[in-house]
Design a protein around this ligand. Structure first.
Ligand code: GLU
Length: 349
């Protein structure tokens, strides 16, 4: 039975923290009207939050409007709920890593990708060179830039264009529509890409780059420059929540095992060095990107996505994480939340 949150207060979402414990992770999403109301509440609650700063290490990102804020949820039934600026396009950046990892797992299998790329957190920033050196050149996981460069290099295709077509087609299937490349963002990052170029070369020096290092950097930069909306990201997340089938298009993008593996990696590494904090507060696998997107996945329920450009120090959207925390609790998504059996029986769930 659906675990419908009680809402004792008004649309502004003035609810106390005890209420959050009313919801648990089993069951289904609440009814459509409750979802819409909670999304509106989350948006109102955090739209006025001005904390954080827009990323500027890629020049094209610095122009983002810090006021834009959108929240979208796609259920495993393919129902889409949106509030705010959910049709605004932005570059997907690091969120692409999650879906390229899934595509690589689909092609190469669980064990080879685990051995080559790894699934453990580095505890260091996403573009850390030190993490690579400290681990003998092993990238550690696919969500830091070293691991993402290694993963993109692994996908099928003889040359850069073939691999690029594979990635673009795969990510488009996750989104349910053809994703376009932001040529200006791509050129902007290519011109400021010394760090990622260095990481790719370092992987090569450790014998962990089977593809041309410069082409691997270009490939990763292109995938980061694909344009998405918050609605696209929620469909992509919903695909991972629904055993790898895009619930809007019905397309079987990856298998259920790959979706499961990808979510496990996101839980431990998706939110950079703050992945533990995220799991502790929000209790769901998620991935953020430096352009301000966050996709949060509730296995068996749906994908939640936000867009808001100002980031915290680890590189995650401030409003995005506040909204995810609020909605995880109110929608009953936290994977670790439970209730004693007697209490559940008394409530009839
Ligand atoms: N293309 C971005 C970079 O290398 C991806 C990082 C991110 O979104 O976390 O800076």
């Amino acid at each position: 039975m659906a675990d419908s949150p009680q809402e004792p207060h008004d649309e502004l979402g003035q609810v106390d923290d005890h209420e959050a414990t009313e919801t648990i992770s089993t069951g289904t999403l609440p009814d459509a009207e409750t979802i819409r109301r909670l999304l509106r509440q989350a948006h109102r609650r955090y739209a006025g939050n001005d904390d954080g700063a827009v990323a500027d290490h890629i020049p094209a990102l610095a122009d983002a409007d810090p006021g834009l804020f959108g929240i979208s949820l796609t259920s495993i039934e393919g129902d889409v709920y949106s509030v705010g600026d959910t049709a605004h396009t932005f570059t997907i950046q690091s969120i692409s890593k999650a879906f390229v990892f899934a595509l690589a797992c689909r092609e190469l299998g669980h064990e080879p990708v685990r051995n080559t790329v790894g699934v453990n957190n580095t505890g260091l920033p996403f573009d850390s060179v030190m993490a690579l050196e400290l681990n003998g050149g092993h990238p550690m996981n696919p969500m830091v830039n070293a691991g993402a460069l290694a993963t993109s290099a692994l996908v099928p295709g003889e040359d850069l264009e073939a691999k690029w077509n594979f990635i673009r087609d795969g990510l488009s299937r996750f989104a349910g529509r053809r994703l376009e490349l932001d040529e200006d963002a791509w050129a902007s990052e290519q011109a400021a890409n010394q760090r990622n170029t260095g990481i790719a070369r370092l992987l090569e020096s450790h014998g962990r780059m089977d593809f041309d290092a410069a082409d691997a950097t270009d490939l990763f930069t292109r995938q980061c420059s694909l344009l998405v909306t918050a609605e696209d990201l929620s469909a992509m997340g919903a695909t991972l929540s629904a055993g790898g089938v895009n619930p809007v298009t019905g397309d079987e993008v990856v298998g259920p095992e790959v979706a499961r593996d990808t979510l496990a990696v996101l839980a431990s590494t998706g939110m950079y060095e703050a992945s533990g904090d995220w799991l502790f507060e929000i209790g769901l696998p998620a991935k953020s990107g430096v352009s301000g997107g966050v996709v949060t996945v509730s296995p068996g329920k749906g994908g939640l996505a936000t867009y808001s450009a100002p980031l915290d120090d680890a590189g995650t959207s401030v409003r995005g994480q506040l909204a995810a925390g609020f909605l995880s609790a109110r929608l009953g998504l936290n994977l670790f939340a439970s209730r004693p059996a007697a209490q559940r029986a008394a409530r009839g769930d």
